[in-house]
Design a binder for this molecule. Sequence first.
Ligand SMILES: Nc1ncnc2c1ncn2[C@@H]1O[C@H](COP(=O)(O)OP(=O)(O)O)[C@@H](O)[C@H]1O
Ligand SMILES: [Mg+2]
Length: 491
Amino acid sequence: MNNLLARLKSIPLPEQEKQPAVAGHLVRVVGLTLEARGLQVALGDRCSIETLQGRMFAEVVGFSGEIIYLMPTEQLQGVMPGARVTPCADLSTFPFGDHLLGRVIDGMGEPIDGMGPLTAPQAVKWSARRMNPMARRPIREPLDVGVRAINGLLTIGKGQRMGLFAGSGVGKSVLLGMMTRGTAADIVVVGLIGERGREVKEFIDDILGPQGRARAVVVAAPADASPLMRLKGCETTLQIAEYFRDQGRNVLLLMDSLTRYAMAQREIALAVGEPPATKGYPPSVFSKLPALVERAGNGSENQGSITAVFTVLVEGDDLQDPIADSARAILDGHIVLSRQLADAGHYPAIDVEKSISRVMPAVVSPEQMVMARTIRQCLATYNQNQELVAIGAYQQGSDPRIDQAIMIKPHIDEYTQQDMRAVIPYQQSLDGLKQLSLLLIQDAQNKIAALQQGAAAQQNATPVPGNKDQAGAGAGGQARPAVKMSFKRKG
Ligand SMILES: Nc1ncnc2c1ncn2[C@@H]1O[C@H](COP(=O)(O)OP(=O)(O)O)[C@@H](O)[C@H]1O
Ligand SMILES: [Mg+2]
């Protein structure tokens, strides 16, 4: 009988089969990569490692034969040779819900704002679902972001994915903060990835403020977090945005920055032995970027939308930067911040000429499109001729387009600048754009009136053959003599 009992006990029960099957031990640590033997795990599984400081968590990022590669999600500390590695139970649920608003969490979803644990009636499973492109609603409506230059000239559509290209210190964070406070979206999810720790605190306390924070969820994985934590931070940010979108909300997702996400992926991929390809970036980086970006966008008919702004770091005019290059191709437009404008105190330092919103024609009225295009043309004309004007080589009246551009430029500058605390709604941005257009129309009307007056005066006056002025101008055409301006460039 005892024998039978012992034999029965030795038979594994179904529940026991679910227990962590095989624990392993560390055999090598190189940089941030841990190598373990004896584990039976799958890619992406979480494991706990016994260290002198207690338990440390790591995730399976690769394997080679019997060797399992792990990356810690926290600081590597007190790790001993032969340390025991145990697979963890499935931790893939997260307490999604409105209680997340106003909270700051880390890359793994743990609160770091000292406001207690996250509690929710139901925990929902983490999962990265791919959306069927045919099920997505097309982008048809504009999203008010509270920034006049963007609302008027670079309108963002609900469900659009924009890039914010800029170097450091030209006002990316401030602009993202302005959008958080000013947008008409229901919820804002902000991912602060790879920033300095001080900047995270500054962004939350000063730039976001209580007003911005009330309807925002912030995911912070600063520069000193492990690369895996930074990578997870991006994914957590998208995961939360997806949850709210599936609830029918319009979400604005702000990710600062996509470049740091790529860098974190590069660190991990190189550590597990993937060969570098373009400028030190392994190929997996360029497949992970579109996979991440594609998760934003409109949902299906009864879902909400995720409008996303991903910041991309570009130093100088480095168009060769592979991440910027790749991002430009996968995003639906980009806003470029110019250091030159920032240095001149022009904030937000949006370089309208270099920026583009590819969905703008689909979300704004044809009138707004014409007005915005005219303003862009004026800016382009001004910038092309700026040097001539600056050195005095351009004489007023030589080219009506340049005259128009010079006349309107200060007004455009006024239009595109905005105090960092101000919120300018969509309609007001549109009214401002109409006023700019009216100035152009008035200018044109004044010129026509002057021409007509001149023509009338010419008809009344008897031409004097010896008059040099009129004889010279007469060759240029009928109306021209009236406007007493030279049509040639000086010097
Ligand atoms: N709209 C603005 N109005 C006034 N100053 C601004 C504005 N935007 C940015 N700045 C100035 O630029 C500095 C750097 O901006 P920040 O957003 O931190 O840059 P980045 O995130 O690109 O490194 C700010 O500290 C602030 O002084
Ligand atoms: Mg910043």
